[in-house]
Write a protein that binds this ligand. Structure first.
Ligand SMILES: NC(=O)c1ccc[n+]([C@@H]2O[C@H](COP(=O)([O-])OP(=O)(O)OC[C@H]3O[C@@H](n4cnc5c(N)ncnc54)[C@H](O)[C@@H]3O)[C@@H](O)[C@H]2O)c1
Length: 254
């Protein structure tokens, strides 16, 4: 897709996919137009299609991949579908945006990287927190060398996730959600940590399920050594607070 062309988008999965339209594409009309929607849930398809006046609606990804005018396939389905849908969209010659978690294993990400090398399109995972003002300022300060040598980082992620959250059938199950607090929630804070502190050299971690009756982890601790030599601790777990989410991170340097 050329830089000057308006990107024609299809949204696949109309849960958070609705927010991609409302908070993303719709605000950039000179760059993107959403022309097609795909969801296996007819009611959602109708609700989101009517709200944004998107006429082309389908329950099948194959239909979307056959639409010649669609440049960008934006995958917002439950986690277990991402891997196969990314590969299908790449082999159909589409650009691919995909929600986190991109895939569920290192072997899968290696195969996605290999498929992308052979494909016309690129894969763009959603890590929206990278684009926050504060994070961008912190990165600039670090990149300019003002922050000095990184000594130590701590990342604590405490998002409130009650039984109600796990009522959505695909959540909390290893086969459909692929992972728990590490893969689904703390992924954002951990992504920021690597953005600011660079690649990880080694990890020692423990994970357990202690809060909700689910089969993915909801508590974890990890001790990391970064390639820079900095030490980092991570402790994702559910919040005991009533606020929907809480999290904090700090980096010590000189
Ligand atoms: N970046 C973020 O902050 C953020 C926020 C919320 C969700 N997410 C991610 O987005 C993804 C979806 O989460 P959600 O909260 O929207 O879930 P959701 O269950 O609310 O919505 C998923 C939608 O996908 C549809 N769907 C399921 N299988 C499909 C298929 N094969 N083809 C087409 N449509 C299909 C479902 O009918 C549903 O409408 C997850 O991977 C989640 O981790 C990311």
């Amino acid at each position: 897709m050329s830089e000057s062309k308006v990107g024609i988008v299809a949204i696949v999965g109309c849960g958070v996919g609705r927010a991609h339209i409302a908070q993303g594409y719709q605000r950039q009309p000179s760059k993107f137009q959403v022309r097609a929607l795909c969801d296996v849930d007819e009611d959602r398809l109708t609700a989101v299609g009517d709200e944004f006046a998107i006429a082309r609606r389908t329950r099948s990804l194959d239909d979307v991949l056959g639409m010649k005018d669609i440049d960008i396939v934006d995958i917002c389905t439950p986690a277990a579908f991402h891997y196969s849908q990314i590969l299908a969209a790449l082999s159909a010659g589409k650009e691919v945006v995909c929600e986190k978690p991109l895939v569920g294993s290192l072997a899968e990400i290696d195969r996605v990287i290999g498929a992308e090398r052979q494909a016309r399109g690129r894969v763009m995972p959603i890590f929206q927190y990278r684009f926050g003002d504060g994070v961008q300022k912190a990165k600039r300060i670090i990149d300019l060398g003002i922050a000095g040598k990184p000594y130590l980082g701590t990342v604590e992620t405490a998002w409130k996730r009650t039984a109600t959250y796990y009522e959505t059938p695909w959540r909390g199950r290893r086969d459909t959600e692929r992972g728990g607090v590490l893969l689904m929630h703390a992924i954002h804070a951990h992504d920021l940590m690597t953005l600011l502190l660079g690649p990880v050299a080694s990890v020692f971690a423990r994970a357990a399920t202690r809060v909700n009756p689910i089969d993915v982890e909801d508590c974890a601790v990890a001790s990391l050594v970064m390639r820079s030599g900095a030490l980092v601790s991570l402790s994702p777990r559910p919040s005991a607070r009533t606020a929907r989410s809480a999290g904090c991170a700090s980096v010590s340097s000189m």
